[in-house]
Design a protein around this ligand. Structure first.
Ligand code: XMP
Length: 319
């Protein structure tokens, strides 16, 4: 009888056998896959594992603190918090082309990861939260768009470059099985159930040029929106939900004054695998209440729109 508990035991046995007394490095993104992989490997080999968490300054509100608190303080893992916001935002300054933005982030991510990994003496293995669908994808579309999408997320090319061998304990699992394993390993439910978050983070939710001001506004608006979705009990029905800050200021009225602030778009979709998606049919009450909250609570936004585009022809993200 196949159970997740048995899988966990077997995976731990295999990790110990593969790694022996050598050291392992794991790139922790804060997403479900890398988190589950890290906790599983940590259970198998303890302090032989060091995680590197690259903070590119494009994370959501409170996200970096949450990752550090959970993995360092709660799980007692060796965690390097690479705060590289200056570097990423500096290089992204003035860039508005979506693919250029992705390439810059991907390149810097690898540089930073390598810089920190190089300091870990005796590391012979690189851990990745590769899932079964990723394995299939990279075989059937080798070099194609699906691989490109995840290339920086999965620190593509790094193992060869650094002479590291791969540890991929989730290779046989689908997403829902990874979630089950995560629950089995004691990861908090809200963490396991989190919506997917792209590697380039808020960069692709800030169409056009990225500025610190826009990112700060975006983080606040996104936090209010997700809070609304959770309060209305809708989070688990939605595949992905986020705010995009639009590269345009619009006129509004507030009290006796005129405002001239950013417009934003709310996005929420249902999907099975992210390949196709439908916009989520929120009630008008929900949308109205959320717009009012964002405009009242977030300084810098005075107009809220809802994106009703499905995929195809749209994409889930705005870039
Ligand atoms: P799109 O916008 O292409 O997104 O409909 C489909 C899914 O992929 C995620 N996505 C990315 N993930 N790096 C990532 O790691 C990327 O560059 C990237 N672009 C999109 C998106 O969030 C959605 O879940």
């Amino acid at each position: 009888d196949w159970t997740m508990d048995a899988y966990r035991e077997e995976a731990i046995r295999q990790i110990r056998e593969q790694v022996g007394d050598k050291k392992v490095i794991c790139g922790l993104s804060g997403g479900v896959d890398s988190s589950v992989a890290a906790v599983l490997i940590h259970e198998a080999i303890g302090d032989q594992l060091t995680c590197v968490f690259v903070d590119h300054g494009l994370l959501r509100k409170g996200e970096a603190e949450e990752v550090v608190t959970m993995f360092r303080d709660h799980y007692n893992m060796q965690l390097i918090h690479a705060d590289e916001q200056e570097l990423f935002l500096g290089e992204l300054d003035g860039q508005s082309d979506p693919e250029t933005k992705r390439k810059i982030i991907g390149r810097l991510f690898i540089d930073v990861f390598q810089k920190h990994a190089d300091k870990i003496e005796g590391a012979e293995f690189l851990a990745q939260g590769t899932l079964y669908p990723d394995v299939i994808e990279s075989v059937s579309f080798s070099g194609g768009p699906s691989v490109t999408i995840k290339s920086h997320h999965n620190v593509g090319g790094l193992p060869e470059k650094m002479g590291l061998k791969l540890v991929e304990p989730l290779r046989e699992l689908f997403k829902d099985e990874v979630r089950e394993l995560g629950r089995e390993l004691g990861l908090p439910a809200h963490f396991i159930g989190r919506h997917p978050f792209p590697g380039p983070g808020l960069a692709i939710r800030c169409p056009g040029e990225i500025t610190r001001e826009k990112l700060d506004i975006l983080r606040e608006a996104d936090a209010v929106y997700i809070d609304q979705i959770r309060k209305h009990g809708l989070y688990d029905e939605i595949w992905q939900a986020f705010v995009a800050i639009l590269p345009v200021r619009t006129v509004g009225v507030m009290g006796d004054g005129r405002t001239y602030d950013y417009a934003c778009a709310l996005r929420a979709v249902t999907s099975v695998d992210g390949m196709t998606a439908d916009y989520y049919p929120f009630s008008h009450e929900f949308l109205g209440e959320t717009a009012t909250r964002i405009i009242n609570e977030v300084k810098g936004i005075n107009r809220v729109t809802y994106d009703v585009t499905s995929k195809p022809p749209g994409t889930i993200e705005w870039e």
